[in-house]
Design a protein around this ligand. Sequence first.
Ligand code: TMP
Length: 212
Amino acid sequence: MKRGAERGRFITFEGIDGAGKSTHIDAVAQAVQMRGVETVRTREPGGTPLGEALRELVLSQSMTRETETLLLFAARSEHLAKIIRPALSAGRWVLCDRFTDATYAYQAGGRQMDRERIAELERWVHPDLQPDLTILFDVAPEVAAGRVERRLDLARGADRFESESSGFFSAVRTMYLERAAKNPARFLIVDTGRAPEMVRTQLEQMIRQWNK
Ligand code: TMP
């Protein structure tokens, strides 16, 4: 960290596919910028050239859940070293679309990976860093599935996660909600079953007042 520079804040966005993350991250970014801080927008898996290449593999190639989990943490390690830690040290706020909560939710919740395996990788890759705030976009899996379907009709075929069953997404959601309940100071749960303008207003207010 630059001497005297305050560490930036680390904000992550989570939720099942179709929960409305992409619609609302822009509103949060604008509200953060209104506070006069520099921001870095990034995503997982991805965020670096290698991370984006790993993302492509994870979303398209068949692999075991162990391989999937290891590749996600490999991408994360690179992302932390090249983008997240340097930005935080320079006082920038990092807005990251998904982080390790997604691995607990998708790989432990959805794919039934042993949670302790994920905790081991977390301790290895970022023992000293957790998000300062995690915004969990929450909606019923049936509503989310409808949104994903409409999005896919317009653009492309489903990836390995989007083509999962509603049971998978219920398990992912349950794990997210469980993690939020265990870490109430870090998580903000936002109900995205409501009209987008209501969600946007709530997010803008929250970021204006948030003071960590
Ligand atoms: P995105 O479509 O929100 O960018 O996320 C890509 C997919 O990757 C999404 O379906 C969730 C999945 N994913 C995991 O399964 N585990 C993880 O740790 C991360 C970061 C994403």
